[in-house]
Design a binder for this molecule. Structure first.
Ligand code: HEM
Length: 260
């Protein structure tokens, strides 16, 4: 569907560029499948190699941490960030799309908080110190940034009080930190997977350096998460997939005022 104002304005018609002009919908389906595969891989890893799941402070409780983090901070958050790339969001009322964007981000945040509860409770019940590793610092910084991003986005774009100049000023900042947070989430997941493999594949099991099947599987999971993140960032940066009026003043209208 062609957007009002014409997406053509931002499209280049050089034959090579046209050849690469992948339609958004098939890309989205591929990305959805990749996201599903990431969640299936992290769940299978924790189920078959790490002893399954429980909510009782045990090692099985820790296993919720990677599953909830990958599902929330990578897959759901990635989906939330792409809502405005759907051509159907370019025309008609913006309210449903803004509500969808903020709800997906909120769901991602809730899963991330549950994932943190799982790892902190596991540490506390085992007398393990908190917040000593690079992974934990990076991870917590990601979640703190994400909380600020959600609160700022909600109060600036969803509530009607913010003046147009403030929304215009904040929008590029919101867009920049949106991509940065996804990048940090992917880095947190990759460092967490690596750390878990170093912790687990030693005494009594095949060492990590001998590359047992679990290591091949979890390394692959890390690469799939990275691929998912790179594809989302690529889609966000692609000019022809951006809402045609993305930089106009109109796009900075407050959500609730739009509906008045
Ligand atoms: C965005 C994703 C992630 C975030 C924000 C995150 C955040 C955190 C935080 C804040 C801690 C510290 C808990 C404490 O000190 O008690 C932690 C611990 C841990 N996480 Fe993650 N994590 C993420 C993904 C993952 C993934 C995918 C794995 C894979 C297994 C993982 C493995 C671990 C491990 C082994 C620990 C315990 C050791 C340590 O404190 O570094 N994390 N994580």
């Amino acid at each position: 569907m062609e957007a009002p104002g014409g997406a053509e304005g931002v499209r280049c018609h050089h034959p090579v560029v046209e050849m690469l002009d992948l339609p958004f919908l098939p890309f989205c389906i591929f990305l959805g499948l990749l996201g599903f595969v990431c969640v299936a891989f992290v769940s299978a890893w924790c189920q078959y190699w790490r002893g399954g799941f429980a909510w009782d402070g045990s090692t099985q409780m820790f296993n919720w941490h990677p599953v909830l983090m990958v599902t929330g901070m990578v897959v759901l958050y990635g989906a939330a960030s792409l809502v405005y790339r759907l051509p159907s969001s370019w025309s008609g009322p913006k309210l449903p799309w803004k509500v969808l964007h903020s709800s997906l981000a909120l769901a991602a945040f809730i899963l991330a908080v549950l994932g943190l509860v799982a790892v902190f409770r596991f540490h506390n019940d085992h007398g393990t110190p908190n917040m000593y590793s690079l992974h934990s610092w990076l991870g917590l910084a990601t979640i703190l940034l994400f909380s600020c991003q959600w609160l700022m986005g909600f109060s600036t774009f969803l509530l009607p009080w913010a003046p147009a100049w403030l929304r215009g000023l904040y929008k590029p900042i919101h867009v920049f930190f949106g991509s940065t947070i996804l990048l940090l989430a992917v880095a947190s997941c990759v460092s967490g997977i690596n750390e878990k493999l170093f912790f687990s594949l030693k005494n009594g099991t095949t060492q990590y350096k001998l590359l047992p099947a679990e290591a091949v599987f979890a390394n692959t999971l890390g690469l799939l998460i990275l691929l998912f993140g790179v594809l989302v960032l690529g889609a966000l940066a692609r000019p022809s997939w951006k809402r045609p009026d993305a930089d106009s003043l109109d796009s900075c209208q407050p959500l609730l005022a739009d509906e008045r």
